[in-house]
Design a protein around this ligand. Structure first.
Ligand SMILES: NC(=O)c1ccc[n+]([C@@H]2O[C@H](COP(=O)([O-])OP(=O)(O)OC[C@H]3O[C@@H](n4cnc5c(N)ncnc54)[C@H](O)[C@@H]3O)[C@@H](O)[C@H]2O)c1
Ligand SMILES: [Zn+2]
Length: 345
C-alpha cells in the first residue's frame, strides 16, 4: 500500500502540495517509496523529519514543523501526510489541525499501535513536560492507509505492545473478536499477514463505531480508555521505560480486579485476559520500582479526573462495557484502587 500511496491519496485529493512528516527511522525505510508514489500521481512533495521517540511530541518540534509548512508554502487546501507510528501521527495531526487553522491530513501508520488504534479517531496533540497529550485537538484524517507489510521491520517489543490495544478493543466491545485473538496467538506473534489484516480492520471497525457516536469524548468514547487510567499512571511512573501498551496491559488487569472487588465479575474474563496478555508477552503486574504513592499522585492529576479523582471504565462482561445511568466511566473508591495497586506491585 505504501508503494501505491499516490494512487490511494489521488482517489481522495486532486494533485496539490503535500508535506510528508515522518521520523528518521521510518523515513529511512519508507519515505522514498511514499514520496516517489505521490510524485508519480502528480503531487508536489516536500518532507520534514523529526527524531524518533516520544520526545518529539514537543512544542519545539511542533514549531519546527510549522516552519517546514511555511517553507513548503502550504495553503489551506494542501495536504499533510503523517508517515510513522503514533508519535508522528499525533504530532503531524496536530500540525494539520492548527497550521492555517486546519488543513487536511492523511495517516500512514507504520506501527501496530498506530494501525490498530492511534491513526483512527482524530485525536492529535503534543506533550508538555508535566504530562502527556495535554495540548491537542480533534482533527479527523481524510484517509488512513495501513500497510501491514511495514510491520515486518518493527521491533518485536513494539509489535507485541501494540497488540494490547487490540485486546482492549475486543474486551470492551466484541467477545467474538476476543475469542479470535485467543485462538490466533501463534500467527499473531509471527506477524501472519492475513491475521494482521484482519485485526487492523477489526480494530478500525470497533474504534470507528465508538468515535462516530461520540467524536469529542463527551461520554461513550471514554470506553476506549479501558485500562488506561491506571495504565497512564504506570507509564508515567516508569519514566516511559514501559511502552504504552505494556502499561495498559497492567492497567486492564487492574480494571478487571476492580470489577472483581465490586462484584461485577461473573465470567472468566479476568483469567482469560491475564492468560491472553501473558501469551502475548505483556506484563500483568506493576514493576516493583514503582511506588503506590507515586501512582496515587498521578491518578489525582489524571486529565479526566473530576474533583481530583479519576473515573474508571469497567466491563459488565467480556465484550461489553458497563454503562450505568447513561455514564460509561464510574466512580471507584480510592481505597479499592489502593488495594488493587498493592496486589499488583
Ligand atoms: N491519537 C490517539 O488516539 C492515540 C492512541 C494511542 C496512542 N497514541 C500515542 O501514540 C504514541 C505511541 O505510538 P507508537 O507506539 O506507534 O510509537 P512511535 O511512533 O514512537 O514508534 C515506535 C518506534 O518504532 C519506530 N518505527 C515506526 N514504524 C516502524 C517500522 N515500520 N519499522 C521500524 N521501525 C518503526 C519509530 O521510529 C519509533 O522509534 C504515544 O505518543 C501515544 O500517546 C495516540
Ligand atoms: Zn492506548
Amino acid at each position: 500500500l505504501l508503494r501505491e500511496a499516490g494512487r490511494h491519496v489521488a482517489a481522495v485529493f486532486s494533485p496539490r502540495a503535500v508535506l510528508v512528516i515522518s521520523d528518521e527511522q521510518v523515513a529511512a525505510r519508507y519515505l522514498g517509496a511514499v514520496t516517489a508514489s505521490l510524485q508519480g500521481a502528480g503531487f508536489s512533495v516536500s518532507t520534514a523529519l523529526v527524531p524518533p521517540g516520544e520526545q518529539s511530541k514537543s512544542k519545539d518540534r511542533l514549531f519546527d514543523l510549522y516552519e517546514a509548512c511555511f517553507a513548503a508554502r502550504l495553503e489551506r487546501r494542501s495536504l499533510i501526510v503523517a508517515l510513522g507510528g503514533g508519535v508522528v501521527g499525533d504530532l503531524a495531526g496536530y500540525v494539520a489541525a492548527s497550521y492555517l487553522r486546519g488543513i487536511p491530513f492523511v495517516q500512514m501508520p507504520t506501527t501496530l499501535l498506530a494501525q490498530v488504534d492511534s491513526s483512527v479517531g482524530g485525536k492529535t496533540g503534543i506533550n508538555l513536560p508535566g504530562g502527556k497529550n495535554l495540548v491537542g485537538a480533534f482533527h479527523q484524517p481524510s484517509l488512513v492507509l495501513s500497510d501491514v507489510a511495514a510491520l515486518a521491520t518493527l521491533d518485536d517489543r513494539q509489535y507485541r505492545a501494540g497488540l494490547v490495544e487490540s485486546v482492549k478493543h475486543a474486551a470492551i466491545a466484541d467477545a467474538e473478536y476476543f475469542d479470535y485473538l485467543e485462538k490466533n496467538i501463534e500467527p499473531l506473534l509471527s506477524c501472519d499477514t492475513a491475521v494482521l489484516e484482519h485485526i487492523a480492520s477489526e480494530n478500525c471497525r470497533i474504534k470507528a463505531a465508538v468515535v462516530a457516536e461520540d467524536p469529542t469524548e463527551q461520554n461513550k468514547r471514554r470506553i476506549l480508555n479501558y485500562g488506561h487510567t491506571l495504565g497512564h499512571a504506570v507509564e508515567t511512573a516508569s519514566a516511559f521505560s514501559l511502552l504504552h501498551g505494556e502499561a495498559v496491559a497492567a492497567g486492564m488487569i487492574a480494571a478487571g480486579m476492580l470489577e472483581d472487588a465490586m462484584g461485577l465479575v461473573k465470567d472468566e474474563r479476568l483469567s482469560r485476559l491475564r492468560r491472553l496478555l501473558e501469551q502475548l508477552g505483556q506484563p500483568t503486574r506493576i514493576p516493583k520500582a514503582i511506588s503506590k504513592a507515586a501512582l496515587i499522585d498521578l491518578l489525582k492529576r489524571d486529565k479526566k479526573a473530576v474533583g481530583q479523582w479519576p473515573r474508571f471504565v469497567l466491563l459488565e462482561q467480556l465484550g461489553r462495557t458497563l454503562c450505568k445511568e447513561s455514564q460509561w466511566a464510574h466512580e471507584v473508591a480510592p481505597e479499592a484502587v489502593e488495594t488493587v495497586i498493592e496486589a499488583l506491585v
